[in-house]
Structure formats: C-alpha cells, structure tokens
Ligand binder design. Sequence first.
Ligand SMILES: [Cu+2]
Length: 75
Amino acid sequence: MKSLKKVHLGIKGMHCGNCANAIPNGLRALDGVLEADVRHEAGEAHVSFDEAKVNVSRLLEALTRLGYEAQESAA
Ligand SMILES: [Cu+2]
C-alpha cells in the first residue's frame, strides 16, 4: 500500500538551470520517489515519495552525493 508523503527541502548551492535538472533526476532515481519539483531561484525542492520505500534521510543523502547541502524545511 502506498503511503504518500510530501516534503519541502531547502537546498544550498543551486545556482542555475543545470542544478535544477540534476536534482530532480537524482531524486527520481531513488525507488519510491514519485515527484521532485525543484525551484532553483527559491533554493528549494518539493518532493513526493512513498514512505514505505524511501525516507527523508535517503533524499538528503542523494542530494549530498550530488554535491548539494540540503535539509528538510518547514512547508
Ligand atoms: Cu548550476
């Protein structure tokens, strides 16, 4: 059964459209991530994921691997 969760992540180091492409691609590559909407002007990403498959720590880990500093932010 799917347990959908949506989080806002604050991401440091995004400065251009390339970043805004690399990040959702990296996030969607994780099993369980359904949607990753990145706004590089705002320095944030809105991510929908299946809590049964993946969690916020895994999302942040993936961003760290891509070279960005990220943290969960209040909606
Ligand atoms: Cu960039």
